[in-house]
Unconditional design. Structure first.
Length: 401
């Protein structure tokens, strides 16, 4: 297959301008062919800095990261290895994804880089459309070419490029790559859909058709988002505690779905039919990791809050981490970030918030003791003496916009 040329890549990048002076950018590099090819193309185009995330979940992954850094150095690309602290257990793939992005975005912030390039290509997009279509029953938009995450943009310039062309680019330049055996593990949903496509080079008619379908769905998605944003601007109240107030009256299903997804911090929306039934007759209920309760002291109508039983367990409070898919750590802190939970009783009498909301707020614990609290709990006369303020903002995976 034809390698990706410098002029072609420059044309792809033009759609994401402007960039920092000197085209200083970050590149997420796994060591595989796709991200290595992206690093190569980025080096010919600008001044990339590579971040290599080592999940530490496979024997030899640290050695692979070192070899990848050496390959990048031979290309004139400075690279830093980001070692993640993960343990096996439930939802490992999602936890690994969250930890990886938190580490990458934290490294970008430390380096003063505002654009992070990702190596997702046409076959990745086709697989994503198939997975989302299976969940929703309709064509979905797939991965967005660009998305703001905190202070950085996630940029995917290769979504229309076949992976076979990326490997051809590396062969043409005489650059090797690592092969991740997990890419053959059919326990992973994406790997199973890859088998359905049966198109290793990603240049077949089915892949091209799915990429085109993603583009058409993106147009519909953007129109729907505009309508949802207009409804929310008129009817919803968004609070910094990650709570959204909505009327106790029929509403657009897409608006309720967006609220539930934002409040729950979920990567995917709740079941479409269930959301539609609840939107037609809003009432106290639990759905998609969120609860609808009577707003009470918070105001009129209903309050959409996080479901306590579904919250993420405590994790190390590293910079850029998005805990529970909802609250982003603005800087690192010593200890673990987790839910206030049953300790809410110590704040309930003075906080002016329902206990159910208090339980969902993040706090920092060290040695089992609370050492810092969410800003809503740090007002004068409310916080216990000696408690710090947790440097977090509500920044859900799918924000309300």
């Amino acid at each position: 297959m034809e390698p990706v040329g410098e002029a072609e890549f420059a044309g792809l990048m033009e759609g994401f301008a402007p960039f920092a002076e000197g085209r200083r950018i970050a590149v997420a590099v796994s060591g595989g062919a796709d991200s290595m090819a992206l690093a190569l193309l980025a080096r010919r185009w600008g001044e990339p800095v590579a971040f290599v995330a080592d999940h530490g979940l496979r024997a030899g992954s640290a050695d692979e990261a070192v070899r990848t850094r050496a390959r990048l150095a031979s290309m004139g690309i400075p690279a830093r290895i980001l070692t993640l602290d993960l343990t096996r257990g439930p939802a490992l793939a999602e936890r690994a994804r969250q930890a990886r992005y938190a580490a990458l975005l934290g490294a970008c912030a430390e380096a003063g880089l505002t654009d992070l390039l990702l190596g997702h290509h046409a076959r990745d997009q086709a697989e994503t459309v198939l997975m989302r279509r299976a969940r929703s029953g309709r064509d979905e938009a797939g991965m967005a070419p660009v998305r703001l995450e905190g202070a950085a943009r996630l940029v995917r310039p290769l979504l229309g490029v076949a992976p076979g062309r990326l490997r051809a680019s590396l062969r043409d330049a005489g650059i090797g790559w690592e092969e991740d055996p997990s890419n053959q593990d059919e326990r992973a949903e994406r790997v199973r859909w890859r088998g359905v496509l049966a198109d290793p080079d990603g240049d077949g008619e089915q892949v091209r058709g799915l990429v085109d379908a993603a583009g058409r769905a993106a147009v519909r998605r953007d129109a729907e988002r505009d309508a949802v944003a207009a409804w929310l601007a008129r009817h919803a109240v968004i609070r910094p505690e990650g709570v959204v107030l909505i009327p106790a009256a029929a509403m657009p299903a897409a608006a309720l779905s967006a609220v539930i997804q934002a409040v729950s911090g979920a990567a995917y929306p709740a079941a479409r039919d269930a959301v539609a039934r609840l939107a037609a007759a809003p009432r106290p209920a639990t759905l998609g990791g969120a609860r609808l309760i009577v707003a009470g002291r918070l105001g009129a109508g209903l309050a959409v809050i996080r479901e306590a039983a579904a919250m993420q367990a405590p994790v190390a409070a590293i910079a850029g981490l998005r805990w529970d898919g909802r609250f982003r750590m603005m800087r690192a802190a010593e200890g673990e970030i987790g839910a206030l939970g049953e300790d809410a009783s110590g704040f309930a009498s003075r906080a002016g918030l329902p206990v159910a909301v208090l339980r969902s707020l993040p706090v920092l614990r060290a040695g089992g003791a609370i050492v810092a609290v969410h800003p809503a709990l740090a007002r004068p006369g409310l916080a216990q003496p000696g408690l710090g303020v947790l440097p977090v903002v509500w920044d859900p995976v799918r924000p309300l916009s």
